[in-house]
Design a protein around this ligand. Structure first.
Ligand SMILES: *Cc1c(COP(=O)(O)O)cnc(C)c1O
Length: 420
């Protein structure tokens, strides 16, 4: 459920007509609904209400806008981060350091030190050597780093190959069979408190079976580690729950997920960590765009919109589907292709799609664009960096400026040796 709906024939975000946002800010622009963000944060937490000790860390790579993070911080959410820049964003949004989980396969020594200075509450180690480095840096600062070891459970999440992370050939985690040896060595190091394990097997998951299988392997590992004397008080279960990009393809609900977690983790006696990303923000955002031209095509017309693959990369990157809806539909439908202005054939949002009839100048949205949308935007083709707006009831505010080509060019230099 979200708060984007038609009123008197015009698509609104909460109480604000999309046309008002387009007029004030221009297009393309991402539009987020605060009420939808809060609703999703609540629904996810309520799905886990039977879990005793838990910590929910929003995977901020899905949407790192600091206004979005502030909404979630006010809901008691922490952050799962994958870079030093994301640590800074979580702190800037008002999240306490201790609520931050630092994941990521390539944390540098500088990032580890800065995260320790910020008081980050958990480091998810990706390899033994990282644990050695973290222990050394923490000890040199007179600190002890809280950490868990990310294991690769070797299960197939059944999702797109580019967002599948839990198979043994993927770059993430240590082979689960190597975990006891790594624990034995790292647990002796001063500066490090290795207190649990983590897994994250992929994104946009529609089948709870592979997640449950992975959790079963984690349960076995907790048992094995305790049997040889390790204290295990945290298990990080990752994120990955899917969202309905297409109306008739419905993923498991947070309640279904919570029931599975309760069953799979019964008796573990740990604090469970969760890292949801897409499921919190996906349906809380749309990309608002204006039709530039309707270009006759050899087979179908091309609707050329002012949003492109640099603004929303998911269709080009993952063959992803985003519903396309006119802001003021006439009721007529047409089969057409939808494409952006970028000079790549991959800059195509949909082919042979039945959509609302639109004409040059009309507004439309791509739905379910709140996750992995603006955060992946670039300025390819020297296009502006797409702005973001948040709606709250009948108010809205720009929460990220449109960065114009002039500003980007101003950060470039022609060196002296080209001036003679
Ligand atoms: C990307 C990521 C997540 C979030 O995944 P979603 O599918 O957006 O829920 C969680 N944990 C880690 C380690 C990640 O890399």
């Amino acid at each position: 459920m979200d708060h984007f709906a038609y009123r008197n024939g015009v698509l609104h975000a909460e109480d604000v007509p999309m046309s008002a946002i387009a007029e004030a800010v221009g297009t393309p622009v991402y539009v987020y609904s605060r009420a939808t963000l809060e609703r999703h944060a609540n629904v996810f937490r309520e799905g886990l209400q039977r879990i005793g000790r838990k910590h929910i860390a929003f995977a901020i790579k899905a949407n790192p806008n600091i206004a979005v993070l502030r909404v979630l911080a006010r809901q008691g959410y922490g952050a799962d981060v994958v870079s030093g820049g994301e640590v800074k964003r979580a702190l800037a949004a008002g999240m306490p350091g201790e609520d931050i989980v630092f994941s990521g396969v390539g944390k540098t020594r500088i990032e580890l030190r800065e995260a320790l200075e910020a008081g980050v509450g958990q480091f998810n180690l990706e390899l033994e050597e990282e644990g050695v480095a973290l222990a050394e840096i923490a000890a040199s600062m007179g600190k002890t780093a809280d950490a868990v070891l990310r294991v690769n459970p070797d299960v197939d999440a059944g999702t797109h190959a580019k967002i599948s992370t839990g198979k043994k050939e993927n770059k993430f985690g240590v082979p689960i069979g190597d975990a006891p040896g790594i624990f034995a060595r790292l647990s002796t190091l001063p500066g490090l408190n290795l207190r649990g394990i983590a897994a994250h097997i992929g994104s946009q998951i529609f089948d709870l079976g592979p997640i449950e299988a992975a959790y079963g392997k984690l349960g076995d590992l907790v048992h094995t580690l305790r049997a040889v004397g390790h204290t295990i008080d945290r298990v990080d279960l990752g994120g990955g729950l899917g969202v309905p990009y297409e109306r008739d393809k419905v993923p498991p609900s947070p309640a279904d997920y919570g029931a599975m977690v309760e069953r799979a983790t019964r008796g573990w006696d740990v604090t469970l960590y969760f890292e949801p990303g897409r499921v919190i923000v996906g349906n809380a955002g749309v990309l608002l765009t204006r039709v530039i031209w309707v270009k006759p095509g050899a087979i179908r017309p091309f609707i050329i919109v002012d949003a492109a693959m640099n603004d929303l990369a998911r269709p080009a990157m993952y063959d992803a589907w985003h519903d396309f809806e006119a802001v003021a539909p006439t009721g007529e439908r047409i089969v057409a292709n939808i494409a952006g202005p970028v000079c790549e054939s991959g800059d195509t949002f949909a082919m042979e799609r039945e959509i609302d009839v639109v004409k040059s100048g009309d507004l439309a949205v791509f739905r379910t664009a709140g996750a992995y949308g603006a955060t992946m935007a670039s300025t390819y083709n020297s296009r502006a960096l797409v702005p973001e707006v948040m709606v709250d009831g009948d108010k809205f505010a720009v929460v990220a400026d449109r960065i114009l080509p002039e500003a980007i060019i101003a950060a470039e230099r022609v060196p002296d040796f080209l001036n003679d």
